[in-house]
Design a protein around this ligand. Sequence first.
Ligand SMILES: Nc1ncnc2c1ncn2[C@@H]1O[C@H](COP(=O)(O)OP(=O)(O)O)[C@@H](O)[C@H]1O
Ligand SMILES: [Mg+2]
Length: 262
Amino acid sequence: MTALLKVENLTVIFSGGRKREEVKALDGLSFSVEKGESLSIIGESGSGKTTLMRSILGHLEPSEGNVFLFGKNMYRASRGERITLRRRCGMISQDPYGSLPPTLTVLEAVMEPWLLVKGRGERSEGERRARSLLEEIGIYGEDLLSSRVRLSLSGGQRQRVAIARGLILQPELLLCDEPTSMQDASTRGEILAVLQRRQEEGMSMIFVTHDLFLARKAARRGIVLHRGVLVEEGLCTDLLTAPRHPYTKALVAALPRLTPTN
Ligand SMILES: Nc1ncnc2c1ncn2[C@@H]1O[C@H](COP(=O)(O)OP(=O)(O)O)[C@@H](O)[C@H]1O
Ligand SMILES: [Mg+2]
C-alpha cells in the first residue's frame, strides 16, 4: 500500500540573514502517514514545524530528501501537478491574519477555494456548504457572514473561518498548523470535535502543536521535533505518560500537572 504521505530524509537549510548564518530548520526527517491515519507534530517554537508544513506542500525546496504526497514525488512534480496534489489537501496556516483574503466577506472567504476548483456554476452548492461548515464551527448570523474579514473579526474567529475554508473541499489530508492557538478551552474542544468527525469519515490529518495534551486529542500517533530533528515517535499517550527522549521528558515536565480532566 502506498502511504498517503512519505517524508524521506528531509533537510531544509535557510541561509542569509545579516551574518549569512545557516539555519538547519529540518535535519534528516523521515516519517510516513497512511491513508485514514492522523499524526501530531509536537515541538516548541523554532523546532521546524511550519517549515515542515510548507515543505510537504512543495512551497519550499529542501536541501536534501524527498516528500511523496499521494505516492507522487512533490519535488519532481511539474507546477501543474503540484497544484493538483495541493488541492487534495486542506491547509490551515498558523497565521489567520496573513492567510485569509482580507477584502472578502466571511462567507466569500470560505467559498473561495470551492469556486476556484468547481467554477461559478457550483456557486449555490458552495454557499450551502460554506454556511453549514461555518455554523458547525460556531460562526453564524448574517451580520457576521457578510462582514469583511479584515474589519470585524477577532483572531479566534479568523482561525475558525480558516478552518472552515480548509475543510470546504473535503480534503483527503488536512494540514493544520497550531489551528486552535487563539481559542479558549471550550471552543478548542468544539473545534477538535469537528476535526474528529472528519477523521471518522476517513480524512487524514497532520496537527501541529506545542501542546502534548492537544496532540493526544488530535491524533493517535505523534512525532516530536527538536531543532529540526525528529527525536521521538510513538503513540501520543506514550509520549505523554512514558516519554523516552530527554527533550520529550522536558516537554512533559513543563506541562500543567496531569489530572483526569486533561
Ligand atoms: N524563511 C526563513 N528564512 C530563514 N530562516 C527561517 C525561515 N523560516 C524559518 N526559519 C528558521 O527555521 C527555524 C524553524 O522555524 P519554523 O519552521 O517556523 O518553526 P516552528 O513553526 O516550529 O516555530 C527557526 O530557527 C526559524 O528562525
Ligand atoms: Mg510555526
